[in-house]
Design a protein around this ligand. Sequence first.
Ligand code: CUA
Length: 336
Amino acid sequence: MTSTVFAHLLQVVDGAAPEDGGSSFWMPPQVSTVAHSVDWLFNLILAISVVFFLLIVVLMVVFVLRYRHREGQSAKASPSHNTALEITWTGIPVVLVIVIFVFGFKGFLDMSTPPANAYEILVEGQKWNWSFTYPNGYVDPNLHVPVDRPVRLVMSSQDVIHSLYVPAFRIKMDVVPGRYSKAWFEATEPGEYDLFCAEYCGTGHSNMIAHVVVHPVGEFETWLEKASNFLDTMTPVEAGQKLFQVRGCQQCHSVDGSGKTGPSLLGVYGHNQILSDGTSVVADENYIRESILEPQARVVAGFDPVMPTYQGRLSDDEIVAIIAYLKSLDGTSGGE
Ligand code: CUA
């Protein structure tokens, strides 16, 4: 009887048909080569837990009712041993734990050993955005990958511990400052999927979201080439705006006058800024450039010196584009 219940449970929890992408009512679609086996093991453990929960709770209730104290009856001495019973309740869990370990360890090895021909993308987490650097040096705020090709992520953090989590791929890996962590996957279905930070990393943690775009065969290369040339194909203001969003500036600086972790950059260019040491400076090109490369040098009054440096992370052309964008925020359409 238990085995029928067990088989049925497995079928119910694992029953998602392949044609609907493998999603079930509590699982996102299965879009990587490992997703199915991860779900299978999860469902196996869940089924075992449910079966044993029911077995234990039902027996407990039955025993409580059946062997309750009654008037005129006294307790008999309980037998000190039942070898058959003890071997059974030791043996079955041992076998189950071994089965779980074998499947789990095999999955762990598969997921931690990227194929040698994997396409490598560098991932950087910082409070509070992701950036993905492609082999040609292009940086994007979203993870773009080709379908049906192994992709290896080499990940590091600028500040605190983050965790890269793509539910549809069933991968999650901590991103730690001062070291590189790795993850790999092979996406099996073109489309757009969620990417989250799964490690609490401060106030903006829940906004540390990106997309994974899985490109159909042949389209990834086209996308990468087009996206990489944005400094040539866009005006400096447009390119600066893109960099402003892509490189995490907008996580701390608004462009509408509202305060965030850092000062709003609306109408900053060309105007006096009061600094934390009481002096003031006109925010010209040089001051903006300095604030990007050496953010701690002259901090605006009322803000903490928490901005990370962009030294070595933005090229001169990119800084020029960002300055052009900040110039365009002249504040004529809003308060200053
Ligand atoms: Cu980054 Cu949470």
